[in-house]
Design a protein around this ligand. Sequence first.
Ligand SMILES: *[C@@H]1O[C@H](CO)[C@@H](O)[C@H](O)[C@H]1NC(C)=O
Ligand SMILES: *[C@@H]1O[C@H](CO)[C@@H](O)[C@H](O)[C@H]1NC(C)=O
Ligand SMILES: *[C@@H]1O[C@H](CO)[C@@H](O)[C@H](O)[C@H]1NC(C)=O
Ligand SMILES: *[C@@H]1O[C@H](CO)[C@@H](O)[C@H](O)[C@H]1NC(C)=O
Ligand SMILES: *[C@@H]1O[C@H](CO)[C@@H](O)[C@H](O)[C@H]1NC(C)=O
Ligand SMILES: *[C@@H]1O[C@H](CO)[C@@H](O)[C@H](O)[C@H]1NC(C)=O
Ligand SMILES: *[C@@H]1O[C@H](CO)[C@@H](O)[C@H](O)[C@H]1NC(C)=O
Ligand SMILES: *[C@@H]1O[C@H](CO)[C@@H](O)[C@H](O)[C@H]1NC(C)=O
Ligand SMILES: *[C@@H]1O[C@H](CO)[C@@H](O)[C@H](O)[C@H]1NC(C)=O
Ligand SMILES: *[C@@H]1O[C@H](CO)[C@@H](O)[C@H](O)[C@H]1NC(C)=O
Ligand SMILES: *[C@@H]1O[C@H](CO)[C@@H](O)[C@H](O)[C@H]1NC(C)=O
Length: 868
Amino acid sequence: MQPRHAAFWLLLTQTQSTLANPLQLEKRDLATSPPYYPTPWMDSAADGWEEAYQKARDFVSQLTLLEKVNLTTGVGWESEQCVGNIGSIPRLGLRSLCMHDSPAGVRGADYSSVFPSGQTTAATWSRTLFYNRGFALGEEAKGKGVNVLLGPVAGPLGRMPTAGRNWEGFSPDPVLTGVGIAESTKGIQDAGVVACAKHWVGNEQEHFRIAGEARGYGFDISEALSSNIDDKTMHELYMWPFADAVRAGVGSVMCSYQQVNNSYGCQNSKLMNGLLKDELGFQGFIMSDWQAQHTGVAAAAAGLDMSMPGDTVFNSGRSYWGANLTTAVLNGTVPEWRIDDMAMRIMAAIFKVGQTIEQDPVNFSFWTQATYGPLHWRAKKGYQQINGHVDVRADHGDLIREVAAKGTVLLKNSGVLPLKKPKFVVAVGEDAGPNPLGPNACGDRGCNNGTLALGWGSGTANFPYLVTPDAALQARAIQDGSRYESVLSNYATSQIQNLVSLANVTAIVFVNSDSGENYINVEGNTGDRNNLTLWKNGDDLIKNVASRCPNTIVVIHSPGPVIVTDWYKNPNITAILWAGFPGQESGNSIVDVLYGAVSPGRTPFSWGANRESYGVDVMYTPNNGKGAPQQYFSEGNFIDYRHFDKSNSSLIYEFGHGLSYTTFEYSNLKVEKSNASAYQPTVGVRPAAPTFGNFSRNPSDYLFPSNGTDAIYLYVYPYLNTTDLAKASTDRNYGKKASEFLPPHAIDGSEQPLLRSSGKSAPGGNAQLYDVLYTITADITNTGSVAGDEIPQLYVSLGGPDDPLLVLRGFDRLRIEPGQTSQFKVSLTRRDLSNWDTTIQDWAISSYPKTVHVGRSSRKLDLSAALA
Ligand SMILES: *[C@@H]1O[C@H](CO)[C@@H](O)[C@H](O)[C@H]1NC(C)=O
Ligand SMILES: *[C@@H]1O[C@H](CO)[C@@H](O)[C@H](O)[C@H]1NC(C)=O
Ligand SMILES: *[C@@H]1O[C@H](CO)[C@@H](O)[C@H](O)[C@H]1NC(C)=O
Ligand SMILES: *[C@@H]1O[C@H](CO)[C@@H](O)[C@H](O)[C@H]1NC(C)=O
Ligand SMILES: *[C@@H]1O[C@H](CO)[C@@H](O)[C@H](O)[C@H]1NC(C)=O
Ligand SMILES: *[C@@H]1O[C@H](CO)[C@@H](O)[C@H](O)[C@H]1NC(C)=O
Ligand SMILES: *[C@@H]1O[C@H](CO)[C@@H](O)[C@H](O)[C@H]1NC(C)=O
Ligand SMILES: *[C@@H]1O[C@H](CO)[C@@H](O)[C@H](O)[C@H]1NC(C)=O
Ligand SMILES: *[C@@H]1O[C@H](CO)[C@@H](O)[C@H](O)[C@H]1NC(C)=O
Ligand SMILES: *[C@@H]1O[C@H](CO)[C@@H](O)[C@H](O)[C@H]1NC(C)=O
Ligand SMILES: *[C@@H]1O[C@H](CO)[C@@H](O)[C@H](O)[C@H]1NC(C)=O
């Protein structure tokens, strides 16, 4: 993309040329984030939030300052049962609310399910399955007493294929991810649990996301990585799916660990106040990632609403908020309207999903699976039954099996699939079998043993069982009268070769590659993958089998692409399947696809010929001395297929590719123009900030009840230890006025102008962005002999010199019987056809001629038409 800010991009060149011997850059040369204040307060008339805000107003108006502070501040790491809990309001009967992982299941719980990863779900391209998976996840969380489920994920988006947590999200395409995060959000929230869209924003790699963590790995840096993202790319790529989540009514958003333009995610006013709350009109609350908060008052002014898990660092007993927030409100540094806004946003999100003040108890403990134990784990206090072992799985196993099967991608098929009562099936590879130490042998799935069904880190859950491919294939073989053997080792070369050389063998080779979160090191991979090749000798295993067996089928479990260049063309390799991270029903899901019971999905990312073909990569070595590593998103919008389309880099399987067991014909493309009215920039004002209730200004009303004698060890409270505010705070710099360390108007609660790009009481941005400008239809006919699911995709060429060749703007998953025709229909909105105009700070449709393309992948576009 073209440089927009000369100094910014010049710096980029300098940084890269000094990579070999990095010196710390001068602070004045670094990318900066503009101040954006005051923080937009909630709009109680916002679409979809009216009733929730009515209830929140009734409740919050009754609260004391201490009670409001309790809502905003976590009680500290390991202080209650969940991965994060806020304080309670005993006077009004509200228990401590539970914020809990993960986007794939209830982390650390028992008798709950492990769902397919977000990325595998994305490969289904099915709105219904996105929603159903979200709903089932929500039901399980609800059944355990979770109030806020920490997912779904749109950051990382997937800029770099080696990045560790891409599998937790959906796809590097913002539209596919946008639909994924919006439908998941609706599902989770319809089940009665608040969803949390994370991580806002630019959280694209694991290395250097937290300075302390990086130091633990021997990198001497004092600040976390800065993702330097220009305004256009932010809007057109990274923010896009979050806008969909906000429009879907998401109740909470988690700000991220790393910095954007050298300002931390949880105190960056441009990101939280400007983009999320003002432009997108987000009405829920922003919580910090765990220990991602680095300041007290400044974070409050920048838009943070909840401190998680509440302590400054785990188990410090200290907090940037808690007593500090009480003090800051009493001394006037944090205005009353700001604490009221935090409380209102939190309670509105809770009410929006149908929760009430009376809550069922949390009936598990993240910290132990024992039945009895301390309620307050860190303090070892409150010994009681803490785990009800409540089985929340219902019939979710069926859905898990369906999603994983429909999200398995058939990359290659010479005609051997689907299998029909094969004479002799041989499964090969460690990845086909169980982990000898059990599916949950390693904490947070931090090892790669046996079949790989989920990556590692906080985005995981405990398997209630794990159906291995070996078990499911054997069961199916017995049912069919096939012969069956398996060799669950990657290194038994001669035994494998002898076996697969026998007559009539259908060999199915299982291989994998793993990734996860930075705090666990698996075989030298600290979250991000060190390479894009298969683990555990996988390439040699495949080659060994294929050298002896003319019917070799390869199944890949991985968190994104792997390099298949060496062997994918081998004629003995008759089929290749990508099975992602399938979750607990892994074996059953792969059997369903191999035997043709279920139609496969389409790849939600590109498969390059080599690592370099992606154009961008994880930064593995700091490039700014001891300062914050500087990661420039200089490729702009050109990631994944947009990059391949632009650069002619060597590509093996394109974005959207995937074979089917039947054939489809595309015809009859029609473009119908709607007469939407011209775009009206939003005008008007946000009325002055409201306050709810009164509070005492007398410090003695804020002391610990019973003089702190019953305080729980290392627990974070809202109370003051002494009526001397400075002493109660223990803040070394106590006494600074807001005007001394915050920009002007940072805490100004007077009427504010609305942004032209924002919505007027319409979450998601200016409502006219979602006006339908064109309706596109095409006919799809199943010309084969079996029923099948086709996944038609609609791409738009926006036409400008800076635009990608194609951008995905619509898709569907259609079940079509043989000989039948179904209509594929996409409504193209104003946003779909616009670019972000950095000058007017709004979306605008360029004058370049635009074209729509409909087809079966990003490179197989059967039909095209001009948008006139
Ligand atoms: C980051 O800096 C770029 C270049 O100046 C600018 O376009 C963008 O808006 C900034 N983003 C944030 C969040 O500060
Ligand atoms: C704040 O929360 C703590 C922890 O749940 C609770 O012990 C305390 O009573 C609460 N304080 C108020 C004022 O509600
Ligand atoms: C947790 O389980 C107990 C029974 O063990 C039940 O009474 C309670 O309602 C359950 N909590 C939730 C949130 O369902
Ligand atoms: C208040 O915040 C400061 C850091 O800004 C911290 O050092 C201090 O311990 C906090 N006070 C309390 C009571 O947690
Ligand atoms: C007010 O309290 C906050 C939090 O303890 C502190 O950081 C700030 O310095 C105080 N300001 C004044 C003017 O007392
Ligand atoms: C399990 O995996 C770890 C690392 O992922 C490896 O070091 C270890 O040898 C494996 N153990 C078994 C029993 O395969
Ligand atoms: C099994 O292998 C033998 C020897 O190659 C061949 O004659 C026979 O047709 C094969 N049967 C099947 C069902 O593939
Ligand atoms: C890629 O990483 C995996 C896991 O650490 C390792 O097993 C494999 O040998 C590496 N591949 C190459 C080519 O180094
Ligand atoms: C394919 O398998 C046959 C054995 O059936 C073997 O002779 C041949 O070399 C293999 N071809 C390749 C390209 O590996
Ligand atoms: C509270 O405790 C402090 C010491 O921890 C003591 O100096 C003070 O007198 C106590 N106040 C009351 C009212 O008991
Ligand atoms: C406040 O008092 C409680 C109870 O005595 C104690 O646990 C805590 O460490 C004190 N906090 C500060 C910031 O002094």
